[in-house]
Design a protein around this ligand. Structure first.
Ligand code: URA
Length: 217
């Protein structure tokens, strides 16, 4: 399956520095503190790249030396929505670059009987439909959870083109699934992996992100 970087899929520039950060978090022997710190550094870059995709409007400011700087600022109100549990690891990165940002939460898990993703909980700002949403989940594997979460956002009135799905690792299978159902949702990722294994883990991958981040492995 071939995946290209285009107007809906934004892959962070694969610089040596980013590869070094990936090398650290992919290493099975790295300790948890280093994993948390290093994934946080990548998440920060991802969130900045996600904000880059939002509309901007002109904003002039006066500099300390008495000149006008013709700048910009993000135009629409924004909101983060994290997909629990792993997506919560991205909240601090969003708060760091967008102080005071509202953050909603969605919990989706596989139903033990139907095996399909099921919505267990959501808490979203009342005016979500008026906001551009950064949807936060570090892992895009099969895409099942992402599709269910995007359904929730669209059900709450958010336009597809106002959703930016921010994730750390993406499988081609997940990217294709999101694109097929929601062609106008944009995605930002720091890696497009080779594929999924038989247990739906990404390869070369990172293992279970939530377990490694929260120390539950
Ligand atoms: N979730 C993870 O934590 N890792 C994967 O590789 C796939 C889904």
């Amino acid at each position: 399956m071939t995946v290209v970087d285009d107007s809906t899929l934004h892959l962070l520039p694969q610089t040596p520095r980013l590869r070094a950060l990936h090398t650290t978090i992919r290493d099975r022997s790295v300790d948890r503190d280093t994993f948390v710190l290093t994934s946080g550094r990548i998440i920060r870059q991802l969130v900045e790249a996600g904000l880059e995709l939002l509309p901007f409007e002109p904003r002039d400011v006066q500099t300390p030396v008495g000149r006008t700087y013709h700048g910009t600022r993000v135009a629409p109100p924004i909101c983060g929505v994290s997909i629990a549990r792993a997506g919560e690891s991205m909240e601090a990165g969003l708060r760091a670059v967008a102080p005071g940002v509202r953050i909603g939460k969605i919990l989706i898990q596989r139903d033990p009987v139907t095996k399909l993703p099921k919505l267990y909980y959501s808490k979203l700002p009342a005016d979500l439909a008026d906001r551009h949403v950064l949807l936060l989940d570090p892992m895009l594997a099969t895409g099942g959870t992402a599709l269910a979460a995007i359904d929730v956002l669209i059900g709450a009135g958010v336009a597809q083109e106002h959703i930016v799905f921010v994730n750390l690792l993406s499988a081609p299978e997940g990217i294709a699934a999101v694109r097929e159902r929601f062609p106008r949702v944009r995605m930002v990722t720091s890696s497009i992996e080779e594929r999924l294994n038989e247990n739906a883990y990404m390869l070369p991958g990172i293992g279970d992100f939530g377990d490694r981040y929260f120390g539950t492995d």
